[in-house]
Design a binder for this molecule. Structure first.
Ligand SMILES: Nc1ncnc2c1ncn2[C@@H]1O[C@H](COP(=O)(O)OP(=O)(O)OP(=O)(O)O)[C@@H](O)[C@H]1O
Length: 340
């Protein structure tokens, strides 16, 4: 076990318990105000808990009697913005951590060069932060965080401030450097969770509401927030002999779960079609159009129960608008049933 935290911040109604295994990257997802930054603040030592404790590799970071200050924790926090020292060169920025830890100047510079190489940014060593693009500055910030030799790396939406044209390359770099590291990454981007994290924790209302391996949480969401993030429609109901019973009607779906089990069913919007007349498909549910959202080359048609991705021509042909009553249809094989 590497990092454990079980702590409360009463004024924020936050009560979180999490564990990160050694070498594991855990993504922290959740709506605005859920408590994600509070979690990072507690781990980094920027915020004090009212009660609880945290340990890192067996050493106490805080408890009722102890509070290890941020710089002595072996924890590095990488913020959304690079926050480099503007008056220092890139190399000096990265060498700062080792220098503060007592490493001699020449050795610290050599370490800094190694870390700059690690993030593909050696060519910027002599520049000042003002001469860097956002993506370049974020690479330097990663090198600086790693050069401090942290046992736990905290990343607070590290790609959020980047131009979408540079984010993929920085994400690839992060994937490489996070591979064997103990890290917590707060993100709003499901792609970060898929590409960077071994496990995800979903926080809502100051509590952990879902956790597990990234794929299983995102493919079998238990909360509306996670379902929305994963772009899945989730229907809840009870297992029947042929599928499941839901408030919207019976649905045919394959499943090995016993009849009567409380189940949820996830359906991808791309697998759902929309019509005005009652369709022939065995799985058909009535709905009312609540929202029409352009998403690339499809329009996402949302109702209270289900969403469907359809071609713009279909929206035009059916004359869909907010409030239009419609039928949704989908195949039994497109329904993923799991226990709630
Ligand atoms: N400095 C603060 N003082 C008091 N309450 C705060 C402070 N910062 C956050 N809170 C409250 O604590 C709760 C958790 O907020 P937190 O910033 O941790 O959420 P978050 O998940 O990081 O949100 P976001 O995604 O918007 O950054 C919220 O109710 C918020 O209003």
């Amino acid at each position: 076990m590497s990092f454990t935290l079980d702590a409360r911040v009463d004024a924020r109604d936050v009560d979180l318990a999490i564990t990160v295994q050694r070498g594991e990257t855990v993504a922290v997802l959740g709506p605005n105000g859920a408590g994600k930054s509070t979690l990072l603040g507690l781990a980094a030592g920027l915020l004090r808990a009212d009660s609880g404790s945290a340990t890192l590799d067996g050493a106490t970071l805080f408890d009722a009697a102890t509070f290890v200050p941020p710089h002595s924790r072996g924890v590095s926090l990488l913020a959304q913005d690079a926050l480099l020292f503007p008056h220092l060169s890139v190399l000096e920025n990265v060498a700062f951590g080792p220098r503060s830890a007592g490493v001699r100047a020449a050795a610290a510079r050599s370490m800094a060069r190694d870390w700059l190489g690690e993030v593909d940014a050696l060519e910027f060593a002599s520049r000042r932060p003002a001469e860097l693009s956002g993506g370049q500055a974020q690479r330097i910030a990663v090198a600086r965080a790693l050069a401090a030799g942290p046992k736990l790396l905290l990343l607070d939406e590290p790609l959020a401030a980047l131009d979408i044209s540079v984010a993929p390359a920085v994400r690839r770099m992060l994937r490489r450097v996070l591979a064997d590291r103990t890290a917590l990454i707060v993100t709003h981007d499901i792609l970060d969770a898929y590409t960077l994290a071994d496990r995800v924790i979903v926080v809502d209302g100051g509590r952990v509401v879902e956790e597990g391996p990234t794929r299983s949480v995102l493919e079998r969401p238990r909360t509306a927030f996670t379902a929305g993030l994963a772009s899945l429609s989730v229907l809840t109901g009870e297992r029947t002999a042929t599928g499941l019973w839901t408030a919207g009607g019976d649905i045919a779906a394959p499943s090995d779960l016993p009849v009567g089990t409380a189940v949820a069913a996830a359906i991808r919007p791309a697998a759902v079609s929309v019509s005005l007349e009652e369709p022939r498909e065995v799985n058909r549910l009535r709905g009312t159009v609540r929202d029409l959202e352009p998403r690339g080359d499809v329009i996402r048609v949302r109702s209270d129960l289900l969403s469907a991705d359809v071609a713009p021509a279909v929206v035009a042909d059916l004359d869909l608008a907010l409030g239009t009553p419609v039928w949704f249809a989908f195949g039994a094989a497109d329904v993923q049933v799991y226990a709630r």
